[in-house]
Design a protein around this ligand. Structure first.
Ligand code: GLN
Length: 472
């Protein structure tokens, strides 16, 4: 049995037809992971006991003749920033190496209640800071399509675990592209939902006004099923929003679909090979009856700079809690300040320290208006750009990443070069919109993602577009 190509539907058909039990499927997945991890290193921890218990529950349900739940029997992984009660949760950081989560994140509770089999926690750039998993304290993940190349980041382990067929679904977290960019690099589907659509309770925060949790899957339909399970208002997260989605699989008439193509997303810096694949994908929609509209998002050029001010500012505040007293690593010293210095000095990596310093600077008196407030103003301008674009079009399309999956070490010498990888993904986080990366084809045998952006709470339009692309 090879779970590599099983969708949720196929798994559940197999379970009901008694071709395999959920426990057999789980044991098989665990064995498969053990083999593949030698090459991939997508996982930081396995939650095998939890997985076996959920599998037995599903098998009991089937034996009693009860209906299956939306995720019954489906092997899933979770980015290691998502708390699972009793399991280690490191956020890819040495400082949390020995931290055990005291409760389940709301998304984990929802997935477990929907029958999911949670197999383990996946590798990531430390606290979500990076685009390649090379900033993980525990060694990088390798891209299943080419082991010499990065899987993208920061949720690189999640994307690779799905692409390598280790699990069917994964949850990641996206602050500036960390779901969509690794999805693009690994050739899978990855969705960043509308800000507030999914609860962030029990997620280790990077930048709270940008962070969202979302699904990875091989197919759009599977991503949609997971999204429907995790979406919704949560009293434990005051930023979550009460929005009623239509949970029926949507179909959208291609005839009427208006696709906006911003010239700013095809400017200098885009690898011509990526450009060709993305343009061909957009042309397929056109041949099938969609209308292509040239649009402008003139403030795009300020997005990356504004993002890195807001990201570092919020991160510097969020990461103040890792003081060696409340969570994880603790270094003894003569006085409190020396303890802070020793713990944070040893526990945090170079990129994390860089961002804490940049963010603290941007928020300090005398600089706050010049940096943080100005960056917030850029956010409003970007919002206006998108609002006027969506008067003319239903969705916006472009590349997810300006570059193909790169080789290890190719960008580690220059933080700026690593940041440029986020050019097309960060605008969406700054304005809170939903966006998806869809496998659009390959260049040089490496996956290329098509980035599709929709108005707020139009996730189901994104799923429809994804399904269309799978059939074009
Ligand atoms: N590459 C981006 C960054 O380093 C994305 C981070 C994320 O989405 N978590 O900030």
């Amino acid at each position: 049995m090879d779970i590599q190509n099983l969708t949720i539907e196929k798994i559940q058909e197999g379970l009901l037809a008694k071709e395999f039990s959920a426990l057999e499927l789980t044991e098989n997945a665990l064995k498969n992971i053990e083999e593949k991890e030698k090459d991939i290193h997508a996982f930081l921890n396995l939650t095998a006991t939890l997985a076996r218990n959920s599998a037995k529950e599903t098998d009991g349900r089937i034996a009693r003749g009860e209906n299956l739940l939306p995720l019954s029997g489906v092997p899933c992984s979770l980015k290691d920033a998502i708390l699972v009660k009793g399991a280690p949760c490191t956020a890819g950081s040495r400082i949390l190496e020995n931290y055990i989560a005291p409760y389940d994140a709301t998304v984990v509770k929802k997935m477990s209640e929907a029958g999911a089999i949670i197999i383990g926690k996946t590798n990531m750039d430390e606290f979500g800071m990076g685009a390649s998993t090379e900033n993980s304290s525990f060694g990088p993940t390798r891209n299943p399509h080419d082991l010499r190349r990065v899987p993208g980041g920061s949720s690189g382990g999640s994307a690779a675990s799905v692409a390598a067929g280790e699990v069917t679904l994964s949850l990641g977290e996206d602050t500036g592209g960390s779901i969509r960019q690794p999805a693009s690099f690994c050739g899978v589907v990855g969705l960043k939902p509308t800000y507030g659509a999914v609860s962030r309770a029990g997620i280790i925060a990077l930048a709270s006004s940008l962070d969202q949790v979302g699904p990875f899957a091989k197919t759009t339909r599977d991503a949609e099923i997971l999204f429907n399970v995790i979406a919704g208002k949560d009293p434990l997260d005051s930023t979550s929003i009460d929005h009623t989605y239509n949970l029926q699989p949507t179909t959208y008439n291609l005839e009427g679909l208006r696709i906006g193509v911003p010239k700013e997303y095809f400017a200098k810096g885009l690898d011509p090979q990526v450009k060709e694949v993305v343009e061909n994908a957009i042309l397929k929609f056109q041949s099938a009856g969609a209308t292509i509209v040239d649009i402008e998002l003139p403030n795009t050029k300020y997005a990356l700079a504004a993002y890195y001010i807001i990201n570092t500012s919020e991160a510097s505040a969020n990461l103040a809690r890792y003081d060696g007293v409340r969570y994880g690593m603790h270094k003894e010293a003569d006085n409190l300040l020396s303890e802070y210095l020793a713990t944070r000095g040893e526990g945090l990596g170079a990129e994390v320290k860089r961002r804490i310093m940049l963010g603290t600077y941007a928020l300090s008196e005398g600089y706050y208006d010049a940096y943080y407030v100005k960056a917030q103003k850029v956010r409003s301008l970007l919002k206006q750009d998108f609002d006027s674009a969506f008067l003319k079009v239903d969705v916006i399309m472009g590349p997810t990443s300006p570059v193909l999956p790169f080789e290890f070490g190719a960008k580690t010498h220059s933080p700026m070069e690593m940041y440029l990888v986020d050019t097309y993904t960060v605008p969406v986080n700054l304005v809170g919109l939903p966006a998806i990366s869809l496998p659009a084809g390959t260049a040089n045998n490496l996956p290329v993602g098509l980035h599709v952006i929709a108005p707020a709470f139009q996730e189901h339009l994104l799923f429809s577009v994804g399904e269309m692309l799978e059939h074009l």
